[in-house]
Design a binder for this molecule. Sequence first.
Ligand code: FAD
Length: 316
Amino acid sequence: MKVTEHIAKSDGTLFSFEVIPPVKGKNIEELYRNIDPLMEFAPPFIDVTTSREEYVYIDRDGLYDKKVTRMRPGTLGICAAIKHKYNVDTVPHVLCGGFTREETEYLLVDCQYLGIDNVMALRGDAMKGQSYFEPTQGGHTYASDLVEQIVKLNDGCYLHEVVETDAASKFCIGVAGYPEKHLEAPSLKTDLKWLKHKVDLGADYIVTQMFFDNQRYFDFVAQAREMGITVPIIPGIKPIAVKRHLQLLPQVFRTDLPEALIEAVVACKDNQQVREVGIEWSIAQSRELKEAGVPVLHYYSMGKSDNIKAIAEAVF
Ligand code: FAD
């Protein structure tokens, strides 16, 4: 079922979360062990991220060869496995970076055959070691281009032919939004203009980047609505888990951390205490957002799920 149908059907805030495929060579059991405890909160959908490729150096008899590889491939396989095991909708993240339009089309066709109704259309970040995002040859430059391709495919317009599609093969499309603006955007207003562009092209719902001050989300939603964006805007919540997040999250995601949260984390003796502070903060955030009537609370689980479970127990 489509994410927008789940939202329309529900009379309260839904619980969902995102998982990351295991690194190459690992099996799926560890992932299941982290999903199992969260299923009692009845997530209608689970997102599965896609990793961008990165450079690795291969030793060939003392000569180092630089190759591009993906450390966590298998997004679609993980989606299919989770969907089958838990009878839940899964949402693969589809990236511009690292894929040609043809590869994207084949991925979407596989999604259709697997009965996957939703896809999250994303640009992806620059590769490690690159300062800017460089589009893959034959691939898309912006997430909006990807949205356009998916919308066309929904209408039966494949890259090289037009075919008849059935209703069950049409995707519901999610896109990313940034309450504190995307790191490359010159202003929040410009970023919102491009967000509206994705929605005008056919995106059905938005999931936000993590934020730690709910006012940022409320202001963002108000501005988006003022600009005429009417689709659901799902808040993304990440519980802080280690002290290093104080530097890492602003650096990687450009999120501001409230003073009270910083002070509480700094005062922690170890990362177990930090984890507890992160849980408490996310519970407070989630309760306020739920009270405000957000359609879904979407959690970034980043591997271990004990903290997400503790939050869900307190909130749902
Ligand atoms: P876009 O919407 O293309 O925007 C990128 C930048 O370009 C923005 O600054 C925007 O303002 C600007 N822009 C957009 N359109 C235009 C235009 N036509 N002309 C000029 N400027 C424009 N990354 C992964 O690698 N894998 C994942 O699984 C993943 N999942 C994510 C899930 C969520 C909910 C979020 C919020 C992010 C996720 N990301 C993921 C990170 C995402 O790929 C990066 O934030 C990326 O840098 C931007 O992606 P986007 O889809 O927002 O890009």
